[in-house]
Design a protein around this ligand. Structure first.
Ligand SMILES: *[C@@H]1O[C@H](CO)[C@@H](O)[C@H](O)[C@H]1NC(C)=O
Ligand SMILES: *[C@@H]1O[C@H](CO)[C@@H](O)[C@H](O)[C@H]1NC(C)=O
Ligand SMILES: *[C@@H]1O[C@H](CO)[C@@H](O)[C@H](O)[C@H]1NC(C)=O
Length: 368
């Protein structure tokens, strides 16, 4: 009995399993079909009704921060320069006099339309207001989270290379580019800054620096160093201004401090961030040390290249520089980029409009 009853039971068990499997198979087929239909219709609906999904391909940008008096006399060279960059890896901000608007009437380059910051201030050359103008530019530019480098330019600066070369050069390091050297020249450090700014943190350099986002934020947030500069870093009055200012008792003892030539450098030293900078500038400036006969003025003015000075040789000489000597530190900086010896300068100043037109004409300046 046991055996007889066992077999049919066994058979019916198998049959049940078969049935179960078939049902399962049918069910999964049905599910697959349903799924297919559902996803197909979704894709269809998607492409028909919605815009294609936005792929986040925005690349890091360099913010070009121009400090101008009014118009940008060299806008045409920058226009040619930006035209070569199609991926939007830059943004432009201009600090000009309050109320000045960049539009069809004031610039011939559409890249600059409405790029003025709307909270600009009156800048006195060589005064602390210059630093404030830089901070205004940074505050505007840092709002765009894709801006990863902040490059200060004057209205007489020109690029020496094309965009892709400059972009790669600047982005290939995580450092800021700040020329910074110990400043031992008597009279420039005002002991009244002590102890907020001790003399061992006193630095000199140029204002035409490239900052990382971190260092831009440090400069925006600074509420300790700048007030000291406003109080104690003043430029020596030049003889021609003595009529407008009280005559100094002894001009040689007067402090001669140009705020924007010390500020970023000293701030970075104060914050202990000098390990995060490449200690050189990317903008070439020639200082007029010899031609002035007036001792008071000596070393004061950067040379402005006019049409007759701006020869292809001049540009090639500047582009050929591969090291810089820092006299006060007996230090020679050999320029490097991406681990290789490289050219030092990507930009140069100061050029007149006519000079730059001549250079573009002579095709020594290939920037696009
Ligand atoms: C200045 O620009 C900012 C945006 O960048 C805007 O929010 C603000 O309203 C503007 N101010 C004026 C006075 O136009
Ligand atoms: C940009 O300039 C560099 C150096 O002069 C050159 O090697 C490169 O081919 C140029 N790139 C473009 C896209 O013009
Ligand atoms: C540019 O070159 C053309 C001829 O090649 C010449 O007529 C013109 O005067 C030049 N312009 C400048 C600003 O040098």
């Amino acid at each position: 009995m046991k055996r007889r009853s066992f077999l049919p039971q066994h058979r019916s068990g198998r049959w049940r399993i078969k049935l179960l499997l078939m049902v399962l198979l049918l069910f999964s087929c049905f599910c697959l079909l349903l799924l297919n239909h559902y996803s197909f219709s979704r894709v269809f609906e998607h492409s028909a009704a919605e815009a294609p999904p936005v792929v986040d391909t925005q690349k890091p940008k360099i913010a070009f921060l121009f400090i101008a008096r009014n118009r940008l006399p060299l806008e045409f060279v920058w226009d040619a320069f930006f035209q070569a960059e199609k991926e939007g890896k830059f943004s432009i901000f201009v600090h000009s006099r309050p109320g000045f608007i960049l539009n069809e009437a004031t610039t011939r380059s559409a890249y600059f339309y409405n790029r003025q910051v709307n909270n600009s201030i009156q800048v006195e050359w060589g005064e602390a207001s210059m630093i404030e103008a830089e901070r205004i530019l940074l505050r505007n530019a840092i709002k765009d989270s894709f801006n990863e480098r902040f490059l200060f330019l004057s209205d007489s600066c020109i690029p020496l290379y094309n965009f892709s070369y400059i972009y790669k050069y600047i982005m290939s390091t995580t450092t800021s580019f700040i020329d910074s050297f110990a400043d031992t020249k008597e009279g420039r450090y005002n002991p009244r800054m002590n102890p907020v700014i001790p003399v061992y943190n006193w630095r000199k350099g140029s204002q035409w620096v490239v900052l990382t986002r971190k260092h831009a934020q440090v400069m925006i947030n600074d509420d300790a160093v700048l007030p000291e500069f406003e109080k104690h870093c003043r430029r020596k009055s030049l003889p021609e201004f003595w009529r407008d200012h009280p005559f100094p008792a002894d001009p040689s003892k007067e402090h001669n401090c140009i705020p924007d030539e010390h500020y970023v450098q000293t701030l970075i030293a104060q914050k202990g961030l000098e390990g995060e900078i490449t200690r050189r500038a990317l903008t070439h400036t020639l200082w007029d040390l010899s031609s002035s006969k007036d001792r008071q003025r000596r070393g004061w003015h950067p040379v402005t290249y006019k049409l007759s000075d701006a020869t292809p040789k001049l540009i090639n000489d500047i582009k050929g520089i591969d090291n810089i000597y820092y006299e006060t530190e007996y230090r020679r900086e050999w320029c490097r980029s991406q681990g290789m010896p490289s050219k030092c300068f990507l930009f140069a100043r100061k050029f007149t409009r006519a000079a730059v037109m001549g250079l573009l004409n002579s095709s020594v300046l290939i920037i696009n």
